[in-house]
Unconditional design. Structure first.
Length: 556
């Protein structure tokens, strides 16, 4: 008889009291002897992204039990970017990724769970759960909770990103507050994650491309009943993997799996945040996977999908056209995807895609006829950002911009200026001291970027920050500038009027300031760190240990 890892908590004379606890959970002797699987989820009422997750977790528990194992529901903390946007609360968003990964490790390590079914549905809880799964190195599967249905406004589909931009239109005098309130009531009609190819949906596709999630589940809308059967099936499959000694999460995450994940980000014009989370997931697997590695994959992967915010379609439309499986199959058919990479099922990703639909030619084009020849996201380097910076080019009309810097020391300072439209076309708005350590917390700037786009200047005014952007961001917005200002990166010594040049054309991909090496060195030699204000115990712990964005902003 197989001895499972969880036998540690209940087997033998000394564990008799523990068996008492398991009996108190309603388990009988036969059930106690089964493998024990954690069903870890971020369900709760902190956002529509999370509100439907517990119901899906209950279906997964049913599947685990039917598969011959014992499920244990283990809720963990989550932070809603939607409720934390554009104020102090956003400092806790990226921190929550680490808290979630640590929570997965804590419950799995303490209770000796034999496997993990993880269920998430928001920007940071997805990578946090994936990081924890890989760290624990047991058989595991991640299930995305699904996206919300599109809203309807004036006869067309709408989503939360358009509501953010409408705020900018109101400030510019191009929309009324009556229109804004109507959009507010229409933009998120159901539970589920944001409907566009923002961070949550991007990371859901990343999980499938990594081999850590069931192929085809990601784009099934959160409210579709079809999810119930899938969750039961996934729970039973994971129980079988535990019983037969199936692959562990860490063995699934190889360099080729990481490259597959980069391809799906590039092909769908996905969120720049993926370039923050992929190095962190790789780090958990003991793999050094940097911005340079990501950029190399982006450079050889065409943009195939026509998805918001840079395109026309939403998650529901992609589901109707063929779903996430179609995206992966298109990359495989085009000779790009590493088809022999292993998945959580014990089968290769090519095997899993054998029955997947081919490109529909509209929502997702074939590799032979892409929307653009290279990535929807590019890495820029140069004397201003020697460690790199990120720009989503999907949907951009111009890839070159040059203009004077207007420097702000925080997001609040910049937001006030943008609300009052105190800028000039051609400016490069620089927001510094918002990096992982400088913030701390590396806040995202969707509030500002949406205002700029709503004011009609999203491609005439550039934005550069050592913070980050939402997956819903579009326009000339460069984030993750590294090294960050707090540690003395060149962005720390920029002055108003310095000329900045951004060139995102393929084969160029540079961001530079018109200063000589000598002048830049002189400024950096005279620079002193900006005094920081303590913003709470958790954030100060984070500031003390967090690493650079270019390596995933990990904390160990």
């Amino acid at each position: 008889m197989t001895r499972f890892r969880s036998a540690t908590i209940h087997d033998g004379l000394l564990r008799a009291p523990t068996r008492g606890f398991l009996h108190a959970l309603g388990q009988n002797t036969e059930e106690i002897a089964r493998p024990h699987i954690a069903v870890i989820h971020t369900g709760g009422e902190m956002s529509p992204c999370n509100m439907l997750l517990r119901e899906q977790a209950l279906q997964a528990k049913t599947g685990v039990y039917a598969g011959g194992a014992m499920p244990h529901e283990c809720p963990v903390v989550s932070v809603s970017d939607g409720l934390a946007i554009a104020h102090e609360g956003m400092r806790w968003s990226l921190v929550s990724r680490e808290l979630i990964a640590d929570s997965v490790e804590a419950t799995t390590g303490a209770h000796r769970w034999d496997g993990i079914v993880a269920i998430g549905g928001c920007d940071k809880n997805i990578p946090g759960l994936l990081m924890g799964m890989v760290r624990c190195d047991v058989p595991a599967v991640f299930c995305f909770g699904g996206a919300a249905m599109p809203g309807r406004f004036e006869g067309a589909d709408t989503h939360i990103g358009e509501t953010y931009e409408t705020v900018g239109r109101v400030l510019a005098g191009e929309a009324t507050e009556v229109e804004l309130e109507a959009r507010v009531r229409a933009c998120v009609p159901t539970g589920g994650a944001c409907a566009g190819q923002f961070t949550a949906n991007t990371m859901a596709l990343v999980a499938e491309a990594l081999g850590l999630a069931p192929i085809g589940l990601a784009m099934v809308p959160a409210v579709y009943s079809a999810r119930q059967a899938v969750m039961r099936q996934v729970g039973a499959q994971l129980a079988a993997r535990v019983r037969d000694g199936g692959p562990t999460a860490r063995t699934i995450v190889t360099r080729e799996a990481l490259e597959n994940a980069c391809m799906v980000v590039s092909a769908t014009g996905g969120s720049t945040n993926a370039a923050l989370h992929l190095p962190a997931i790789a780090h958990e697997a003991g793999i050094a996977f940097t911005l340079a590695d990501i950029d190399a994959v982006f450079a050889r992967t065409p943009l195939l999908a026509d998805l918001a915010p840079g395109g026309r379609y939403l998650a529901r439309h992609l589901h109707d056209a063929g779903g996430s499986a179609m995206v992966l199959r298109t990359l495989l058919d085009g000779g790009l995807l590493h088809g022999h990479a292993m998945t959580w099922t014990g089968r290769t990703i090519a095997d899993e895609l054998a029955d997947a639909p081919a490109s529909d030619g509209t929502v997702v084009r074939p590799v032979s006829s892409p929307r653009a020849p290279t990535a929807g996201v590019v890495v820029l380097t140069g004397n201003l950002c020697p460690d790199g910076a990120l720009l989503k080019v999907a949907g951009l009309e111009t890839l070159v911009h040059e203009g004077p810097a207007r420097v702000f020391e925080s997001e609040e300072d910049a937001l006030e200026s943008v609300r009052a439209q105190r800028y000039t076309l051609g400016d490069v708005l620089v927001i510094r001291n918002e990096g992982p350590r400088g913030g701390p917390g590396m806040r995202e700037m969707l509030g500002i970027t949406a205002l700029l786009y709503g004011q009609g200047v999203g491609q005439q005014v550039a934005l550069l920050t050592d913070g980050r952007f939402s997956g819903a961001t579009r326009g000339l917005c460069i984030g993750h500038a590294g090294p960050e200002a707090y540690v003395g990166g060149p962005i720390a010594v920029l002055r108003d009027g310095d000329r900045i040049r951004i060139d995102a054309r393929p084969g160029v991909q540079t961001i530079s300031v018109a200063l000589s090496d000598a002048e830049l060195a002189e400024r950096l030699a005279a620079w002193t760190p900006r005094p920081h204000v303590s913003r709470g115990v958790a954030l100060e712990k984070y500031r003390a240990v967090v690493g650079p964005a270019a390596r995933g902003a990990v904390t160990f």
